[in-house]
Structure formats: structure tokens, C-alpha cells
Design a binder for this molecule. Structure first.
Ligand code: ATP
Ligand code: MG
Ligand code: FE
Length: 350
């Protein structure tokens, strides 16, 4: 089954074709990032995001079909991100997907953006087998999830305030780095002295798998102000702060992942979402998992952040079981907890 995937939940227009047939896999994918446009405002402007998706989506669909050497009529299904995300942005993908599916007379399905992130490592040659623990770390989410199978998700813990990516972005802003800040903070941290500051590892001194990053953000702001007052907010000082911040986030996530593996007794860890691109986070988790003889799995760099490939993959896995949207009922759900998902009804599998 060849499925077109469409991602428009935020500031990336992503399109891909995934083929479930043996020897198939990802046939083509393309991404248009709006980051440069939003950078001017220091964050995503929802109305501009929707408008840009309308401009870029159909040309990207044409490009991906050409790259896959396919005609539209050769598609067997369409999947789109139905939520969570910005409602106007979601509606562009949903309306396009439903319109195309109606014209081509093929099934269409709205999928969950975080299920896309969660299963993005399935696109790699060394894909994880179920069950596993997943750490989802993105711009809007920080969650630990026990994953039994497709659609079988049990939330183990999550951030009670800011998401990890959001904390990176806010720290970048405080350090006057461009948006989105994660990669910039990571780059600056490389030049920092790890011994100069020690920031707190929030919520690691008590049991449980929840996270909190807003206190760390305040701590970072206070440290920046102190340096500034002392006339020491030099490039060296800023790098030392970036390093202390990154160390604190990485350490916190490593501690919680170790705990989640111990609590569940599972031997595989999947890490996905934009922050999973962070090199020092990967180093920390690789080490922790090696010690426990647990396997650790990540998406390739460009599939850590938003992309169409992960949506095509999840859509294909669900569409092939017979799951689909009711004809003419497009979905755009800005808030949608991952635990509300369920496994597809495999009885429908042909
Ligand atoms: P969500 O998926 O929760 O709706 P989103 O789609 O905006 O949010 P993603 O696209 O998965 O999030 O990830 C973007 C986030 O990842 C941003 O906050 C960005 O700063 C962060 N990020 C990207 N690369 C890195 C990196 N190398 N280190 C730290 N953070 C990073
Ligand atoms: Mg983005
Ligand atoms: Fe995302």
C-alpha cells in the first residue's frame, strides 16, 4: 500500500510517500521549513504559518510524487496530521488530504502528530521491536511512554510545565540566540566550561517520572543577570551558561529514562522529537543504556523534528488495517492526548 503523508501541524510543511510492500519503505520525502519567516518574530506566528502551508503544500506533493516516480493515481491512501497543533495549520493539511482522497477515491486518515514522532525510528534500518519505553522530547511535549504496540501507549510521566524543547528555545532567547534555539544552545554549549556552574536537576530528588523545566529556566535567567551585573556576560560566560543548562537537561532526562527502564523492566529505549537530535543527550542515553544492556533507538537527524515521513509511516500502518476517516469528516484537533489513541482493529487487515 502506497500512502502519501502530509504534516502541517506547526511551522514545517512535510510530505512523503511510504510503501508497506516488501522492499518498499520510504519512497520519497520533502520538507519546507518556515523557520526563517518566523525567526523574525522570535516564535511561530499561527496565521502566517497557515498561509505558508497553503502556498507550499501542493507543490511539495507534486515534488514528492515526481521523486517517487509515481502518478497521483498510484496512491492507495493519504494520511495527514490531525493534531495536536495549530488549528489553522492543521486544517490546511486536513482539507488538502480530504480533497485529494475524494478526487482519487482512496481512503484518508488523520493521525496523531506525537504518534508520528514516537514511531519515526521505525523508518530506520535498525528499527526497534515492541515493547519499549519512549522518551518524547519536542517543542511542545516531554513525555515518557510505555509502548506495547501500535496505539498501545501508557503515559509514565510528563512535564508539569515547559517542554524540554521549549526550555531550550527560551534559554536561547535569554542568551540572544536565534529561534528555534535548541541547536544554537547546543553549539554554544560545546565551547562552555562544564565546571563553572551547576544548575539544578529538577524533580530528580523524589520518586516518579514527571519533569519540570520552568524552575530551571528561572535559574538560568538569574545566572545570566548575575553575570551581566558583574560585566561578565562575555561570549565565554554565555557559553558556560549554555553548557550548564544543557548538562542539567541531559542529566535530568538520563536519570528519568534509567528510572523508566527499571520501573517497567523493559530493555529498549526509543527517543524521538526535536530534542532527540541533541548530541550530548544521545551520548548520555547511549552510555546509560549500554550499562543496562538495553538497546537505544533514534530517528535519523532530519526525522527528529517535524517531517512528512513519520506521518506517512503511521498512516500506512493504520490504513492497512482498514482504519480510515469517515468520508467528508476531516479532523483538526489542537489538543489531543496521546493516551486517547487505541490500537487499530486488526480484524480489518486484508
Ligand atoms: P510538538 O512535536 O511537541 O508539537 P514541535 O513539532 O514544535 O512540537 P519538534 O519539531 O519535534 O517540535 O522539535 C522542535 C524542538 O526541538 C525545538 O524546541 C528545538 O529547539 C528543539 N531542538 C532541535 N534540535 C535540537 C538540538 N540539537 N538540541 C536541543 N533541542 C533541539
Ligand atoms: Mg518546528
Ligand atoms: Fe513535532
Amino acid at each position: 500500500m502506497r500512502v502519501l503523508g502530509i504534516e502541517t501541524s506547526c511551522d514545517e510543511t512535510g510530505v512523503a510517500v511510504y510503501d508497506t510492500a516488501p522492499g518498499g519503505g520510504l519512497l520519497a520525502d520533502a520538507l519546507y521549513s518556515q523557520v526563517a519567516m518566523h525567526a523574525e518574530y522570535g516564535g511561530v506566528v499561527p496565521e502566517l504559518a497557515s498561509r505558508d502551508h497553503t502556498r507550499k503544500l501542493l507543490p511539495l506533493v507534486e515534488q514528492v510524487l515526481a521523486d517517487a516516480d509515481m502518478a497521483r493515481g498510484e496512491l492507495d491512501g493519504i494520511a495527514y496530521t490531525a493534531g495536536p497543533g495549530l488549528v489553522g495549520a492543521l486544517m490546511v493539511g486536513a482539507a488538502t488530504a480530504h480533497g485529494m482522497a475524494r478526487a482519487l477515491n482512496i481512503p484518508v486518515l488523520g493521525v496523531h502528530h506525537m504518534e508520528g514522532h514516537l514511531l519515526a525510528p521505525m523508518l530506520e534500518d535498525e528499527a526497534p521491536a515492541f515493547p519499549f519505553v519512549a522518551l518524547l522530547v519536542s517543542g511542545g511535549h516531554t513525555q515518557l511512554v510505555a509502548v506495547k504496540g501500535l496505539g498501545e501507549y501508557r503515559l509514565l510521566g510528563e512535564s508539569v510545565d515547559d517542554a524540554a524543547g521549549e526550555a531550550f528555545d527560551k534559554t536561547a532567547k535569554m542568551l540572544r540566540l536565534p529561534y528555534p534555539g535548541g541547536p544554537h544552545v547546543a553549539k554554544l554549549a560545546k565551547q562552555g566550561d562544564p565546571g563553572r556552574f551547576r544548575f539544578p536537576r529538577p524533580m530528580t530528588d523524589r520518586p516518579g517520572l514527571d519533569f519540570s523545566f520552568s524552575g530551571l529556566k528561572t535559574h538560568t535567567l538569574t545566572a545570566i543577570r548575575k553575570l551581566d551585573d558583574a560585566g561578565e556576560l562575555t561570549s565565554r560566560g554565555r557559553a558556560d551558561i549554555a553548557r550548564a543548562f544543557e548538562d542539567a537537561v541531559v542529566d535530568t532526562m538520563v536519570i528519568k529514562c534509567r528510572r523508566a527502564l527499571d520501573d517497567t523492566g523493559l530493555k529498549r529505549l526509543v527517543v524521538a522529537g526535536g530534542v532527540s537530535a541533541n548530541v550530548r543527550l544521545r551520548e548520555g542515553l547511549d552510555q546509560a543504556c549500554a550499562k543496562r544492556r538495553a538497546g537505544v533507538f533514534y530517528p535519523r537527524g532530519r526525522f527528529c523534528t517535524d517531517n512528512g515521513a513519520m506521518i506517512a509511516y503511521v498512516g500506512a500502518r493504520r490504513l492497512e488495517t482498514g482504519e480510515r476517516d469517515v468520508t467528508g469528516q476531516m479532523q483538526a484537533t489542537p489538543r489531543w492526548p496521546l493516551e486517547q489513541l487505541s490500537a487499530p482493529d486488526y480484524a480489518g487487515t486484508k
